[in-house]
Design a protein around this ligand. Structure first.
Ligand code: AMP
Length: 391
């Protein structure tokens, strides 16, 4: 079968990240990846073709500001390298109706716009390149892939908050995010350890955004994120789970506005807030300031607590996977986490962990822990390919 060239777009508030895959049913033959940073002020384009050295950054200038103009530039640049057969988009929220990737048309775009209130910080940016591409390249097949979709298999108790039913009916639910990453890890685990892939696994996606997911036989049972990506673990700058009374206290007693509460929850908390030094794990690991150690300790404590909670959701545990920036690269966080989880059956192999080996538990360990690099863009490209193949 002829390879297909699939562009994957992941648009945020200030950047447009992309990959272009030349994809066969057996996997990618070639990949270009890059981003346009600072799209709303001073766009800077960078790209890497295959394993070539990164191309020099290109300042695009003021006449390229905004999603539409950046996308126009990107499309022209991509088409110099390959014909684009279809595009896949990372869309944070699919609500309760979109639990599978979907081909985008005007009606679907309108339905996804209606979900903006559920993810006001991400959804509008995700939809920008979809609209721009529909105008710039009207015949191109565009597919939306959702961060919430993998979690649609959660049972009712894991989907709902203990709130009045009217609020649940209005969409105030525990959706869960990072689903494309979990789906990719579940797919890779089938190749690496098919027996574990059929069992009960906790996957820790630990990056600037962080969450954990309980997966049973490849299907999501529960995750630490709820209605928004501010729930669950402490993250780079997000607080994670709080006592809801804290929000009332901030509003009523500290007279904080909704905007300033949002700023605290999303941008001033987590590793950055606790340490007062940085949101970046690398910097915290290098710092000898006690506050850096405090931030690391709190993050590890919460990861361990959620291992307990998600093991309860699964009714036992057969193994774990660490992924994303911290999960893939921080031997310190993995060591501290697993050393406190001996009771679950993990026995850390310190040498393997320091070397970032794929399996980081000893042969005697009752259950294994793995490190697997995630690849949300490749997961999206696979979904687009499946859709193209069934048309
Ligand atoms: P992500 O959002 O998945 O790109 O992950 C970003 C996080 O991964 C940041 O906190 C980085 O500091 C962290 N990270 C990346 N590389 C390393 C490393 N070698 N050691 C520790 N943390 C790292």
């Amino acid at each position: 079968m002829k390879p297909q060239n699939i562009a994957v777009l992941n648009a945020g508030s200030s950047s447009l990240k992309f990959s272009l895959f030349e994809l066969t049913p057996k996997g990618p033959l070639r990949r270009i990846r890059g981003q346009i940073a600072e799209i709303t002020s001073n766009p800077v384009f960078s790209a890497r073709i295959g394993s070539d050295p990164k191309e020099p950054d290109q300042l695009l200038g003021s006449n390229h500001v905004g999603h539409h103009r950046c996308l126009k530039f990107l499309l022209a640049w991509l088409e110099q390298h390959a014909r684009v057969d279809a595009a896949g988009h990372r869309v944070v929220h699919g609500g309760i109706h979109y639990s599978q990737p979907v081909i985008l048309d005007a009606a679907v775009i309108t339905a996804l716009e209606a979900l903006i209130p559920l993810a006001p910080l991400h959804q509008p940016h995700n939809l920008e390149p979809i609209r721009a591409l529909a105008t710039l390249h009207p015949g191109l097949t565009q597919v939306a892939c959702f961060d919430t979709a993998f979690h649609a298999t959660k049972r009712q108790e894991a989907q709902c908050f203990p709130l009045p039913a009217t609020l649940t009916d209005a969409g105030v639910r525990r959706y869960g995010f990072h689903g494309l990453s979990y789906e990719y890890i579940a797919m890779k685990l089938k190749e690496l350890d098919p027996e574990l892939a059929r069992g009960r696994v906790v996957v820790a996606h630990l990056g600037n955004g962080a969450s954990m997911c309980a997966i049973d036989n490849g299907k999501c049972v529960d995750s630490t994120m709820g209605m928004t990506a501010a729930d669950g673990l402490p993250m780079g700058t997000r607080s994670g789970t709080l006592d809801p009374g804290v929000l009332l206290y901030m509003a009523r007693e500290l007279n904080m506005s909704l905007d300033s509460i949002e700023d605290v929850l999303y941008r001033q908390s987590g590793l950055k807030g606790i340490s007062g030094i940085s949101h970046d794990m690398r910097q915290l690991e290098q710092s000898d300031h006690p506050k850096a150690a405090q931030a690391i300790a709190l993050m590890v404590y919460r990861i361990q607590q959620y291992f307990g909670a998600l093991t309860a959701s699964l009714g036992g545990l057969d193994g774990a996977v660490f992924t994303a920036g911290i999960g893939e690269n921080s031997s310190l966080i993995r060591r501290k986490t697993l050393q406190g989880l001996h009771w679950l059956g993990f026995e850390l192999d310190d040498v393997a962990n320091t070397q970032h080996a794929t399996r980081i538990t000893t042969r005697q360990s009752k259950i294994p822990a793995y490190v697997l690099p995630t690849d949300e863009d490749l997961m999206i490209a696979h979904h687009v390919q499946e859709i193209l193949d069934t048309r």
